[in-house]
Design a protein around this ligand. Structure first.
Ligand code: KG4
Ligand code: ZN
Length: 357
């Protein structure tokens, strides 16, 4: 079965083709991505209207690219999957609209996929697939959550941020340091040249005893330090503040992830979402997990941030397990706000159409 996946929830247009196999995990046949980061840079953040317009321009050329990469024709696509949410409503509607139009033209069903489920399952594209159950640290621009994952479609929320997401903390701090958008990678690059102990920044909720996060106070502390340094700050001080900020965010993410492993007794951690690309986070998680004799799984670096492959993959895995929420009536909807736990309560499940079973 060939699943075409379309991701358009924020500022990346991603398209990919994944093939399910009877004798192994789904295989990625081709993928293409266009990042709008440069376009939004001038505005210091994502402009939703511009994001939607750009998705429309990119999605079909990317789909053509993916098909030619994989040597398949459009008629070989059995299912068209798209990101149903969460994300920007207009941006989601582009992917959903195109997917449903393609499905109607080809006479194939469509499936709306949860963006975070895509991130969560993306390590399955890494070859070495984690066994269930595992703990997942989901760290993206909009979400910071620890989940217990017992199976595809069986997710229990262990803790989450009560205000800003970790990626948001990276991005907002980067903005305060005069770095471009998206700030996470830029801040991480600058942090490599700084002293992570130069500034004493708070580690919110580090000792709260639960698995929740809070990053809004950290952002305020970074703002205070940045103001103190003033507009003529030297490069070294900026690097020091970047390093101290990264250390504060990473310390909390690592401490809570390890606590989740201890609390659940599970010894497998999956890290997903854009912040999962952060090398300091990876180093510290690896070191902490090793002490607990736990293993940490990451998606391939290129699949940490938004992409179409994770959407096609999540659809393929759902389909394999009979959890498919497919439609072939030409209708669709998007869910700009959509808690991941809803997938576990069966609200998204439905039967697989005869054509796919
Ligand atoms: O998962 P993602 O691509 O998009 C969302 O679904 O939000 O995550 C984007 C977030 C941004 O906040 C970006 O700054 C952050 O991931 N990010 C990083 C790194 N690469 C991306 N943060 C820290 N270090 C990185 N290397
Ligand atoms: Zn994402």
């Amino acid at each position: 079965m060939n699943v075409l996946g379309i991701e358009s929830s924020c500022d990346e247009t991603g398209v990919a083709l994944v093939q399910t196999r009877a004798d192994g995990p789904p295989r990625l046949l081709g993928e293409a991505l266009h990042s709008q980061a440069e376009m939004h840079q001038a505005y210091g953040g994502v402009v939703p209207e511009l994001a939607s317009r750009d998705h429309i321009r990119r999605v079909l050329p990317l789909a053509r690219q993916v098909l030619s990469q994989s040597g398949l024709a459009l008629a070989d696509v059995d299912l068209v999957a798209y990101t149903r949410g969460p994300g920007l409503a207009g941006a989601l509607l582009v992917g959903a609209g195109v997917a449903v139009a393609l499905g109607a033209a080809l006479g194939r069903p469509t499936m709306g996929v949860h963006h975070l489920e895509g991130h969560l399952l993306s390590p399955f594209l890494a070859g070495e697939t984690p066994q269930f159950p595992f703990v997942a640290l989901l760290v993206s621009g909009g979400h910071t959550q620890l989940m217990r994952v017992d199976a595809v479609g069986d997710y229990t929320l262990l803790g989450e941020t009560i205000d800003d997401a970790a990626g948001e903390a990276f991005d907002k701090s980067a903005k305060l340091l005069g770095l471009g958008y998206p700030g996470g990678p830029a801040l991480a690059r600058m942090a490599a040249f700084g002293d992570d102990k130069a500034f004493a920044l708070p580690r919110p909720l580090l000792h709260s005893g639960d698995l929740d996060f809070s990053f809004a106070g950290l952002k305020t502390a970074v703002m205070t330090q940045a103001k103190k340094l003033g507009p003529n700050v030297c490069e070294q001080s900026r690097a020091d503040l970047a390093a101290s900020t990264q250390a504060a965010i990473v310390d909390v993410l690592v401490a809570k992830s390890l606590r989740a492993l201890k609390d659940t007794g599970i010894r497998r951690l999956v890290v997903a979402g854009g912040v999962g690309a952060n090398l300091r986070l990876r180093e510290q998680l690896d070191a902490g997990a090793a002490k607990l004799r736990a293993t940490v799984h990451y998606p391939p670096l290129a699949l940490c941030t938004d992409n179409g492959a994770m959407i096609a993959l999540a659809a393929a895995l759902r389909l394999e397990r009979g959890l498919a929420h497919t439609r072939d009536d030409g209708g669709f909807d998007v869910r700009p706000r959509w808690p991941l736990e809803e997938l576990s309560s069966g609200q998204a499940a439905s039967t697989v159409p005869a054509a796919l079973s």
